[in-house]
Design a protein around this ligand. Structure first.
Ligand code: AMP
Ligand code: ZN
Length: 117
């Protein structure tokens, strides 16, 4: 899918909007959430513009798989792996999705309740 000029996260990828990046490669970038919900709250996003989980098909399996692997590497680099962390994707209105470019919330540094709110 082509980069979307109006998409906030595509604009962060292009550098038009600043973000505190913690990782980037040719598949994915990661940056600190502007409104953190945990001591560590990083958003890990594919460079490819995909709006929601519901837009995924098998053509995107590789990019999404690689993005998740990157998230786990970032978690390890930030030393979240031993205590534990949460990796979350919100889909649609009921789940509270506000930015329509798939992103994985990597949350760590505190305990999380289950079921989630
Ligand atoms: P979601 O509600 O799952 O769509 O998550 C969108 C996330 O993007 C929220 O946690 C926001 O705090 C975060 N966010 C919105 N604008 C920015 C920005 N300019 N830089 C970093 N994070 C942002
Ligand atoms: Zn986008």
């Amino acid at each position: 899918m082509a980069a979307n000029d109006r998409c906030l996260f595509c604009r962060i990828i292009s550098g038009e909007i600043p973000a505190k990046k913690v990782f980037e490669d040719d598949v994915a970038i990661a940056f600190n959430d502007i409104n953190p919900q945990a001591p560590t709250h990083v958003l890990v996003i594919p460079r490819t513009h995909i709006s929601t989980l519901d837009d995924l098909d098998e053509d995107e399996a590789n990019v999404i798989g690689m993005t998740i692997v990157r998230a786990t590497q970032i978690a390890r680099n930030l030393q979240l792996n031993s205590d534990g962390y949460r990796l979350v994707v919100n889909h649609g209105e009921a789940a509270g999705q506000t930015v329509f470019h798939i992103h994985f919330h990597l949350l760590g540094g505190r305990n999380f309740g289950w079921p989630p709110g």
